[in-house]
Write a protein that binds this ligand. Structure first.
Ligand code: MG
Length: 219
């Protein structure tokens, strides 16, 4: 089964390849979890099966009691390349979207304590809600976008992509040293502070100025 995202102004749904996620990219979020500031980017992957479309329902797994919201700017890769120069990096993107990197914080804490990878806490079904993507040429400066997450009408996360330690072009260039980036890959760029638990019945509304709105609920 293949999984798709929508690029506004494009006729065809776009099949998604890998979903690369950046951790610890906003200082206020690093501090709230008591983590160290990384030299090398902190990267993990979500499978394409974790995608959830706008309007969908988050299914909380029965092996967690602490699923956190993380509101993030998502990048849609437009062409296949490796070792991309930072000055060229933005031209490799087809679009920008609003995403949630849902995280099972209890399981992640257990895995971190044992020095194990985080994937089980990050890749469950519905752990990656994404909006439709706006064409990249509609966004003049991806490093200055306001992000806001409301849950049941109350503001829970608020930030600006200008608070990212690694700006968008650097993320794309750096990731392309480790992975061939392919058309249809998604990159999640990290979350600002304010992460917290979501519960059954919650209605989440993530908004990135100029990019779009993502609305999902918890089953
Ligand atoms: Mg995250």
């Amino acid at each position: 089964m293949s999984h798709h995202v929508t690029l506004l102004a494009s006729e065809q749904p776009i099949p998604v390849g890998k979903i690369l996620c950046l951790g610890r990219n906003y200082l206020d979020h690093i501090r709230e979890l008591g983590n160290a500031v990384p030299d090398r980017p902190v990267i993990f992957c979500k499978p394409a099966s974790s995608l959830l479309k706008n309007g969908g329902q988050i299914l909380l797994p029965d092996y967690t009691d602490d699923c956190h919201h993380e509101l993030e700017l998502a990048l849609l890769v437009g062409k296949t390349a490796k070792n991309i120069a930072e000055q060229e990096a933005l031209s490799h993107l087809a679009g920008y979207g609003v995403a949630l990197d849902l995280t099972l914080r209890d399981l992640q804490a257990e895995l971190k304590a044992k020095g194990l990878p985080w994937e089980l806490a990050k890749g469950f079904d519905t752990s990656c809600p994404v909006s439709a993507f706006v064409a990249a040429d509609q966004i003049s400066d991806p490093d200055n976008l306001n992000l806001r997450l409301h849950i049941n009408g109350s503001l829970r996360q608020s930030g600006n992509t200008n608070m990212m330690m690694r700006p968008v072009a650097q993320i794309v260039a750096e990731l392309s040293r480790y992975y061939t980036l392919e058309a249809g890959d998604l990159i999640l760029t990290g979350t600002p502070g304010g992460v917290a638990r979501i519960a059954s019945g919650d209605r989440l509304r993530g908004e990135i100025e100029g990019v779009g709105v993502l609305e999902v609920s918890v089953a």
